[in-house]
Design a protein around this ligand. Sequence first.
Ligand SMILES: *[C@@H]1O[C@H](CO)[C@@H](O)[C@H](O)[C@H]1NC(C)=O
Ligand SMILES: *[C@@H]1O[C@H](CO)[C@@H](O)[C@H](O)[C@H]1NC(C)=O
Ligand SMILES: *[C@@H]1O[C@H](CO)[C@@H](O)[C@H](O)[C@H]1NC(C)=O
Ligand SMILES: *[C@@H]1O[C@H](CO)[C@@H](O)[C@H](O)[C@H]1NC(C)=O
Ligand SMILES: *[C@@H]1O[C@H](CO)[C@@H](O)[C@H](O)[C@H]1NC(C)=O
Ligand SMILES: *[C@@H]1O[C@H](CO)[C@@H](O)[C@H](O)[C@H]1NC(C)=O
Length: 858
Amino acid sequence: MWTKSALFNAALASVAVGAPAGFPASGNGLWYSAPGLIWSRDYLPIGNGFLAAMTPGGAAQEIMQLNIESLWAGGPFQDPTYNGGNKQPDEQAAMAAAMQAYRDGIFTSPTGDIDDVETLTTDAGVYGSYVGAGYLISTLNVTGAVSNYARWLDMDQSVARVTWTQAGSAFTRETLCSNPTQACSHHVSVSTGTLPPLSLRLLLRAGRRAPHTQHHLPRLQHAPRPGDRRHTRHALRDPRPRAQHRRQSRLHTTARHQRRATQRDGRRQRSRRRKAWISWVGGTEFDQDAGDAAHGFSFKGPDPHAAVLGLLSGNGVSSASYSALRAQHVVDVQTAFGAFTLDLGQKADLGTSTDELINAYQIDTGNPYLEWLMFNYGRYLLGSSARGALPANLQGKWALDIANPWSGDYHSNINIQMNYWSAEMSNLDVMKPLFTYFEVLFSLSFISCCLTDWLFRKNWAPRGAYTAQVLYNITRGWVTHNEMNIFGHTGMKGGGNTAEWANYPESAVWMMLHVWDHFDYTNDIAWWKAQGWPLIKAVASFHLDKLIPDLRFNDGSLVVSPCNSPEQPPITLGCAHAQQLIWQLFNAVEKGFAASGDADTAFLDEVRTKRDAMDKGLHVGSWGQLQEWKVDQDMPNDTHRHLSHLIGLYPGYAITNYQPAVQGGVMLANGTRTTYTKAQVMDATTTSLIHRGNGTGPDADSGWEKMWRAACWAQLKNSSEFYHELTYGIFENFGANLFSLYDPFDADPIFQIDANLGLPGAVLNALLQAPDVPTISTPLVITLLPAIPSQWASGSMKGARTRGGITVNLQWKAGKPTSASFHVDASVVSRPVQVVFGNKVVASFTTSPGLSKTVTSF
Ligand SMILES: *[C@@H]1O[C@H](CO)[C@@H](O)[C@H](O)[C@H]1NC(C)=O
Ligand SMILES: *[C@@H]1O[C@H](CO)[C@@H](O)[C@H](O)[C@H]1NC(C)=O
Ligand SMILES: *[C@@H]1O[C@H](CO)[C@@H](O)[C@H](O)[C@H]1NC(C)=O
Ligand SMILES: *[C@@H]1O[C@H](CO)[C@@H](O)[C@H](O)[C@H]1NC(C)=O
Ligand SMILES: *[C@@H]1O[C@H](CO)[C@@H](O)[C@H](O)[C@H]1NC(C)=O
Ligand SMILES: *[C@@H]1O[C@H](CO)[C@@H](O)[C@H](O)[C@H]1NC(C)=O
């Protein structure tokens, strides 16, 4: 005979074996059968770029952790004398002298390097950190055993959900952050019976320890009555007692109850309350438009109160029904994410929860469903964090603490770049806030001739122009270094000998390649003229002045010095990374000049002359490696996390599309000149990549270094090494919530978003490659399925983008394309394209607007 409890257990067991009702049938989501415990490993992220939230998926009580994108500690809000970590104006001559001395030291040193550049660095000062914004605690007054529990993230809709049964009622909670309204909403409902009293409290406090008790918390709304609506205003005080962080933040909430009136027994009665919801918005007085000299670099805008309230009324958040808000949100995310789709031939495994999927995952064996999920998740995380006013930081926009790891900042020697790897090719419209964060415009007064009168605005460029002068004695353009906050921290962030991190004036060069790529992919001339070209011209101008004659090898070339390969000694000259990047930047100047409308041919001539004269950063060393520095100091056992000197393999093209006629002419150690063949350069690159190891060096075991290696192996068309690195990274570095974890074996690991966002870039690079070329007349080679693993034998992608304004649809079976179509959406200039599969050119065409081409024979 069945007992009641046996029936109950049977019911529970049937729930536990499958994804919850309402989970996307395609499998495009993450689901779990227990609430999350650890923030970085279990909580599920939602966000709209402006705001973000991490949801543990509690039952009766949900404690959501919140973020506001501009909520930072530090900067001028903490110390009005903060100057972006720069030297004082009267130090300019001393810096020029120190720079000269360092250069002399490098040129004359027997080993071509020096020990420090300490004089050039500046103490970090009140650099600050991205800060957690607080918690929203949603408590239903219900007790009793919980059954039928499930929580999930629906990536088709960008909604986090929890369902459970308690005290005889079935509950559903939904949380979403909508980009069009810049608000987040939280909705709780019961399917039968009455919704118990719901209490909502907002706790404006950052910190690792989520509040477990509710005493002394500001009470926003308690058991709201039907129709009740209230706005509450809170000032966020600096969580650190020491810091005088004067910035204020406002969170505003509105809670509404829905009610129905029904006729019963001839008497009008209020029916049972079934649902309740709340929306919140937030902002700070941080204002990028006040990040320039004209505003005293205050970064301070008006009190955000009115603007934030305006979001509630102006965007219809207060007046719309929840279902209308959600419908608007779903249309928005499906438009934002849906332009591109990928199918890896995966079979959705709806019987296995996401934590079990990742626990069972094996290196090399892999699991196409999980890989597909993580690809979509990378785009989801980028789209949910980068569509605000600031770019996605080291944690996207999800951060818990008062001071977050690496300040939750913008590390610009791979990390911020990797964040955006998949954006252009997977047609995700997220680049503009990144470019605006740097911004340079031309002054209108110079329309007549040469666009050299710059308006440095927003975050990087204004202080960067100051740094160019005071630190480098260069009056053209602007410069930034590796670590960037939202207060224009452009100096070499130092204190002691920190050259490995601080001495990185190429950060803006690398970023400018994203600017160039955006134009190359979109062919959007109006944008190029207004925002892209001024940025690139200004950064290129700085580096024209910064390149100096190589007085060590005396080979007639121009080099950077003192330089560091990111995060590695020595401090030397002609670092391969810097030389390759600057060469690519100068090519971008030449390629984009005609479309810019700029008449400054003297600038173009100077770029061409110095580009031709500069060292190209490609030297083959004593053990057959591609040298990381112009001095041959590479150690074969160096398994450093960065692949800086292989930048030209991926994501760059100085190696991948090496042209002996353009980049050749290298002086060897014995004084003779040679020109490497393409094969020599590729062999040396492969040797270096092999020696660099699998991304588990003694220095770190993080996910991003494995994703970079995966992308590089894909570039070398080596599918087994590509898949090995990809699966190794997934196996090693991701948590139950699929967040990339810096220290995966830690009990409370650090979240670092770069591997999440780099993964889709690496996956794409195994399926479709169209790396940049030095000149527009060089054929753009589109390679189909260059490194496809056998696990993804059949599949398709729709809506992929390549350079040249081309949209690509591709289908494949048994590892071979069956159909590939190309459509030129926009084309500013006719350029030759070759489509390659295997080693065979399967189609060639010249771009022209509207051109379509379909290939079915391979
Ligand atoms: C700074 O640059 C200017 C212009 O190139 C040059 O004349 C001057 O000598 C430089 N200052 C120092 C201290 O090197
Ligand atoms: C919760 O419900 C219990 C039982 O109905 C009641 O005694 C208690 O006052 C309620 N608490 C709150 C905070 O509403
Ligand atoms: C690499 O080898 C050199 C010399 O053989 C040794 O001094 C150094 O410690 C090694 N480095 C690592 C990271 O093993
Ligand atoms: C210089 O070195 C290269 C490479 O080792 C060699 O091929 C060449 O013969 C050498 N030239 C002279 C003049 O020694
Ligand atoms: C990664 O490299 C280390 C060091 O060579 C090696 O011990 C380990 O087995 C490798 N792991 C994988 C999964 O490649
Ligand atoms: C891929 O790289 C590995 C390691 O270098 C090598 O053993 C293998 O032959 C390569 N495979 C291909 C197809 O090039």
